[in-house]
Design a protein around this ligand. Structure first.
Ligand SMILES: Cc1cc2nc3c(=O)[nH]c(=O)nc-3n(C[C@H](O)[C@H](O)[C@H](O)COP(=O)(O)OP(=O)(O)OC[C@H]3O[C@@H](n4cnc5c(N)ncnc54)[C@H](O)[C@@H]3O)c2cc1C
Length: 405
């Protein structure tokens, strides 16, 4: 692609959300270029998540975007490793009434969901043998687990098949926008970036003197900010207010020779831990509420496993007594004030899809389709994401969700 070349839409960030947006725009015959500092996504949230997909949310817009995504994932299930084995969610006395309050809406929007007593949980999920503190549970059979990397590759392949381009090693350093005209100033690394260089650049707002690269411009009729947890930087470049912050989340793989949870999807315990089978291991995550915001990628390793994971698993299931910590990692949630994504038109020529607050994989298809309709036609189509526009914060109409996966 030549400097100054004109396209219809430039997408900043090609994680799972930017890639879905690129596919949806290309499906509408728009000429798209998506840029990313690291298309392999070494630090991107899309490569660090737990792969959970569910539609059991509190806000109609979140339920609808997830349901549309689930319907699409069902159609391409084999290609993207969608295992529709349900979500089992265990609630305590404090949270069970809230769950019951929202089931009606979820069912009304077409999402099947069962309620279970503690005894029924014990009968149907025999590994869960310690039922203390379970006031009730929900099981949503259309939810499940997906391979996020395969899903991202699917979006990209479909986008490329329709003429979209993905530019690698590119960091956006300037944005100049007017009505129907946007110039995106890009810096491109002259050589593949080392892990250390990538970390430096992505935690310090752009290339420093140690990085060698060249500058070029892209011109477009519109641009989309889909930079995940790094969206505050392009928002600032575009003179737009940022509402969200990055927050570290850790997950680990544990070895358990005794139990195989293969027949289940995601299980979420009253203690806040979530886990599912992952190949020969169990993947488990827990998000301490006191985690401070910031671009933190340090994984606490054995201490995380010993303090947060093992005690919670063993408190619920005797078969988890003997576990071995295998590995783990930390990635970023991009958390908005009401824990719903920010999607829509931000200013003339500038659109956004970020701050998915732990929901980016499961909403990626629906959000991409909704936004592409808005860009291509000037109005939402079948999927309406208006409730996620940034002006909700000024209108005082927040789309509140509890923070979880
Ligand atoms: C531990 C953990 C577990 C999670 N579990 C789930 C789950 O079970 N289900 C679920 O749906 N979600 C989950 N999430 C959240 C989910 O991973 C994210 O919401 C989703 O990946 C966000 O995708 P994205 O494309 O917006 O961001 P990213 O994947 O982070 O991609 C953003 C991309 O933008 C690029 N970029 C940013 N700024 C610039 C710039 N200026 N120039 C060029 N490129 C730029 C970055 O390089 C990056 O590749 C989890 C997250 C974590 C960390």
């Amino acid at each position: 692609m030549k400097s100054g070349e004109q396209v219809d839409v430039c997408v900043i960030g090609a994680g799972i959300v930017g890639s879905s947006v690129a596919m949806a725009l290309a499906e509408r015959n728009l000429r798209v270029v998506a840029v990313d500092l690291d298309l392999s996504g070494r630090l991107s949230s899309s490569e660090k998540n737990a792969g959970g997909v569910r539609a059991t949310w509190w806000q109609p817009v979140n339920i609808s975007l997830c349901r549309a995504s689930i319907e699409y994932y069902e159609r391409i299930a084999r290609e993207v490793g969608f295992r529709q084995k349900g979500y089992l969610w265990l609630y305590d006395e404090a949270t069970w009434p809230q769950a019951l309050d929202h089931i009606g809406l979820q069912r009304a929007l077409g999402h099947p969901i069962e309620t279970l007593s503690a005894a029924e949980v014990g009968r149907r999920f025999s590994e869960i043998d310690k039922l203390d503190g379970i006031a009730g549970a929900t099981f949503s059979p259309r939810d499940g687990l997906i391979n996020p990397n395969l899903l991202k590759q699917h979006y990209r392949a479909e986008a490329v098949r329709r003429g979209a381009q993905f530019l690698d090693h590119v960091w956006v350093v300037g944005i100049d926008s007017g009505h129907d005209k946007v110039t995106v100033n890009c810096w491109q690394s002259d050589e593949p970036m080392s892990d250390a260089g990538l970390m430096r650049l992505m935690t310090q707002d752009g290339p420093g003197e140690a990085e060698s690269g060249h500058l070029f411009d892209l011109r477009a009729r519109a641009m989309v900010i889909a930079g995940g947890a790094w969206s505050p930087y392009p928002l600032r470049l575009a003179g737009l207010k940022n509402y969200s912050e990055p927050v570290r989340r850790q997950v680990c793989l544990v070895d358990n020779r005794v139990t195989n949870l293969e027949r289940y999807g995601m299980i979420v315990d009253t203690s806040g831990i979530y886990f599912h089978n992952e190949g020969p291991h169990i993947m488990a995550g827990y998000s301490p509420p006191e985690e401070p915001p910031g671009y933190h990628f340090h994984y606490d390793g054995e201490a995380f496993f010993q303090n947060e994971i093992w005690p919670r698993l063993f408190a619920r299931m005797s078969c988890m007594e003997r576990l071995r910590h295998v590995t783990g990692w930390a990635g970023l949630y991009e958390v908005s004030p009401d824990r719903s994504a920010i999607v829509g038109r931000a200013a003339p020529g500038i659109y956004e899809a970020h701050s998915f607050s732990g929901r980016g994989v499961m909403q990626s298809y629906g959000a991409g389709q909704a936004l592409a309709d808005l860009i291509a036609n000037g109005a939402y189509g079948k999927l309406d994401a208006a409730a996620l526009s940034r002006d909700r914060f000024d209108r005082g109409e927040q789309a509140y969700e509890a923070l979880h996966i």
